[in-house]
Design a protein. Structure first.
Length: 426
């Protein structure tokens, strides 16, 4: 079996499966990073011939006209502004700076528009919806305002799946997202100003990213838990974390890294999907410019966004960041619904290092056997995979032991030729 599937029990069949690759079959083992096949026919060819000198050039022109404008506003807004100082970030924003930051964020919506994402389907879930559809109830009493609307707890952290550049543009604009960025980005003309205007968390080379994230999130929470904020930049932005650690083709999720969950603070799960028929807009194993050309030579591209209320950790989850990450991982897989192939998504027990291995084949043409060997070595050194397996084994909702028995039965049923071929592969 190229991928071992750990299935939920019949009673919990709405839950996602877990997939553990063995890296023997490249098509299955590296599936989250494989570029899904796109149609190549006469219609697609004619469409590109017509749209390249028309719509494509229009979009490119206005992208390069508006980007410097947004950058200029961001540069003005960040005059005498130190985005690395918590004192600066927690101070009250003057009106003129707040206006500049808001305009800079609209670069995200402009970017989506010129990439062809004209209409966005956005669904907001309440705690009532989460209980009815996914069985999630927060460990607290839900409060309501005078109009009968739910009052959600403070939350300045977003956890989202990661497809490429389109989700970044959406989160920057609609969710007031700020992102983790290398310190070198701060000095990139124009782009660095936009990063600072959206309160990016700059991380120095050689410094712990997890520690920087936890310091930022804990400071934001502590500064606003007992004091009414007068309008600082920390509470006007939400730190966006992609716990998978990399991009995928959008059909499944990867296991979550524990980083952001170490803080033990509420997170807001968001699932972003880009259903497609002609052009897959995900950025998993393709260069940026060819992908941009593909995306911008479509009449329209689609995006669906599902926004959950804050996921409030239990005391047990606060004490165990792995349990916290695991539970949010399972919940977000449920929120995905059906993927672009019309199937229920799985959670692949793999990491970014495996994707880097696959890129050697997808980009540089390295022999797949060598790539599989590297990937297997990377997987064996990742203790998070074994810890996830222990979590699944102890999760009463999953049939871990039965799946192992079924796998043994399948091996016993293999004929001599099958066993011999397996030995050759090893």
């Amino acid at each position: 079996m190229p991928v071992k599937l750990i299935r939920p029990k019949e009673k919990y069949r709405h839950l996602p499966c877990f997939a553990l690759p063995d890296y023997e079959d490249s098509g299955e083992s590296f599936y989250p990073f494989i570029r899904l096949p796109e149609p190549e026919n006469t219609y697609e060819t004619l469409k590109k011939l017509v749209l390249t000198p028309t719509l494509f050039l229009f979009r490119v022109f206005w992208t390069f006209v508006l980007l410097p404008c947004f950058a200029l506003v961001a540069i003005i807004g960040t005059i005498s502004w130190n985005p690395r100082s918590l004192l600066t970030l927690s101070s009250r924003l003057p009106l003129w700076r707040r206006i500049c930051f808001r305009i800079a964020r609209w670069s995200g919506r402009a970017g989506l528009f010129f990439y062809g994402f004209h209409h966005l389907s956005i669904t907001h879930y309440s705690y009532k919806d989460m209980k009815q559809q996914f069985g999630y109830t927060p460990p607290m009493e839900i409060e309501y305002d005078a109009k009968g609307q739910e009052v959600h707890p403070q939350c300045n952290i977003i956890t989202s799946n990661h497809l490429g550049f389109a989700d970044i543009l959406f989160l920057l604009w609609y969710c007031d997202g700020s992102f983790v960025a290398k310190l070198a980005m701060k000095d990139v003309f124009g782009i660095g100003a936009i990063c600072s205007a959206m309160q990016a968390l700059y991380v120095e080379k050689g410094k712990s990213t997890t520690q920087a994230i936890n310091t930022r999130t804990r400071s934001t929470h502590d500064l606003h838990s007992n004091v009414e904020c007068k309008g600082c930049s920390l509470c006007s932005s939400n730190l966006v974390i992609f716990p998978e650690g990399t991009t995928t083709n959008g059909n499944n999720l990867l296991m979550f890294r524990r980083g952001i969950f170490n803080a033990g603070l509420p997170v807001q799960p968001i699932i972003i999907k880009c259903p497609w028929k002609s052009c897959n807009t995900t950025w998993e194993s393709i260069f940026f410019w060819p992908l941009s050309y593909k995306v911008m030579t479509q009449f329209v591209n689609n995006m669906q966004v599902f926004i959950a209320p804050p996921y409030v950790p239990t005391e047990q989850e606060k004490a165990d960041s792995l349990l916290y990450a695991y539970n949010v991982n399972v919940l977000m897989a449920q929120m995905m619904g059906l993927n672009n192939d019309g199937k229920k998504p799985s959670i692949y027990l793999m990491n970014r290092d495996v994707k880097v291995c696959y890129h050697h084949h997808a980009v540089h043409g390295t022999d797949m056997q060598q790539v599989s060997k590297w990937a297997k070595e990377k997987a064996q050194t990742d203790d998070l995979i074994q810890r996830y397996l222990d979590m699944i084994r102890n999760d009463q909702r999953y049939d871990y032991e039965n799946d192992e028995k079924e796998e043994k039965k399948e091996k016993e049923k293999e004929g001599p030729e099958d066993k011999e071929s397996d030995e050759i592969k090893c």
